[in-house]
Write a protein that binds this ligand. Structure first.
Ligand SMILES: *Cc1c(COP(=O)(O)O)cnc(C)c1O
Length: 373
């Protein structure tokens, strides 16, 4: 048999301006070259403890149960849903895009009876509409996406949604995969029960970890669940014993990814949340103005437009697939197309974490002008 032989790993120097992964901070790359510790080494456990403190800072919470799940953002979504849902529970999902759809499908797999509220893609929910549904039927939880990466819309008034849910005895699950570290995520102030995110969007790390935080209210429920969680790997009560208490072995923590996340979070803390949000906002505004000038206007109304991920309407002068191919081949820039009802109609441009920089926007806009010429 021939021995397979391939060239050295030498990928093109892409500028990742899509919906994730986003450009990694060089300090994170360096942290990832650090020699491994064992996953039960006291030094590693200290690093995890520091990561928990940093995560509480970015989630703006005092929740003790604040950890990272080994897996991408989807594993965070899965952990939130599978831990709260027991078979037969009623679950309400507010859907305004692809990731809301994913929550519906996932909740059904854990045996929930799922009702969905829908708004057109690109819009957001009025909390009053969610409350109306909550008043009609007893739900175990209401789930929604704060920053819909498939549309570029940012859900506002989360505090009102959570208040309505709690008034009617439902838990609140919020996807903040594309918001954490890019726009405010105020877990305690808004009273969200479970929020989860990922490492590769506004935290400027590679994909592989999903930060998650659980309120004392939700944690009390998890302790008293009648049925075992339908997913052993993501069972938060088992994971909690590794992260705290006697650090019992559950699964081998991905050491290198945890180095990366700690460094990514340290960078967020050094910049400061307010400065970081202001930077994302200012750079997004520069992009939005530039897109207007070249007649590729932002798709989402300004009022609920998401700074970390901009969708722009395509023009007849710019073909979706061949335009993106040219950006990649000629300029090494990655952006993404639309999903579902928005396929062929929009592009998705991410300015996340380390990627949210003026020079990236200048380059992208110049390249787009060339494509449109
Ligand atoms: C990216 C994303 C996810 C899924 O995360 P993966 O890391 O791709 O598993 C979930 N929700 C939203 C809103 C996202 O943007």
């Amino acid at each position: 048999m021939d021995v397979p032989q391939f060239k050295d790993l030498n990928p093109s120097p892409r500028l990742l301006l899509g919906p994730g992964p986003s450009p990694i901070h060089p300090r994170v790359l360096r942290a990832m070259a650090t020699p491994l510790l064992g996953h039960l080494d006291p030094e590693f456990l200290t690093l995890l403890n520091e990561t928990q403190q940093l995560l509480r800072y970015v989630f703006q919470t005092k929740n003790e149960l604040t950890i990272s799940i080994s897996g991408t953002g989807t594993a965070g979504m899965e952990a939130a849903l599978c831990n709260l849902i027991e078979p037969g529970d009623n679950v309400l999902v507010a859907v305004v895009g692809y990731f809301g759809e994913r929550m519906v499908s996932m909740a059904q797999r854990y045996g929930a009876t799922v009702d969905r509220l829908d708004r057109p893609w690109g819009e957001i929910f009025d909390p009053a509409d969610i409350e109306k549904q909550l008043a009609q039927k007893k739900y175990k939880l209401v789930a929604f996406v704060q920053a819909e990466t498939s549309t570029g819309a940012l859900q506002l008034n989360v505090k009102d949604i959570a208040a309505a849910a709690h008034k009617h005895g439902a838990f609140v699950v919020m996807d903040c995969v594309t918001s954490l570290g890019g726009v405010p995520v105020e877990v305690d102030n808004w009273d969200v029960d479970i929020a989860y995110s990922c490492s590769q969007k506004c935290l400027s790390c590679p994909p592989g970890l999903a930060p998650i935080t659980v309120s004392p209210r939700a944690r009390d429920f998890l302790r008293s669940r009648k049925t075992p969680v339908g997913n052993w790997y993501l069972d938060l009560m088992l994971l909690e014993k590794y992260w705290g208490g006697d650090h019992a072995y559950h699964h081998t923590a991905p050491i290198t990814m945890n180095y990366a996340l700690r460094e990514g979070l340290r960078i967020v803390a050094e910049e400061g949340l307010d400065a970081r949000f202001a930077r994302h906002r200012a750079n997004a505004e520069m992009l939005w103005a530039g897109l207007e000038e070249i007649d590729l206007p932002p798709f989402v109304p300004l009022k609920h437009r998401l700074p970390a991920l901009t969708t722009c309407a395509l023009s007849p002068r710019l073909d979706d697939a061949s335009g993106r191919k040219r950006l990649l081949d000629e300029y090494n820039i990655e952006v993404a197309g639309g999903f579902g009802p928005l396929k062929g109609k929009i592009w998705r441009i991410g300015l996340m974490g380390f990627g949210s920089r003026r020079e990236n926007i200048t380059l992208l806009l110049a390249a787009l002008r060339k494509l449109l010429a």
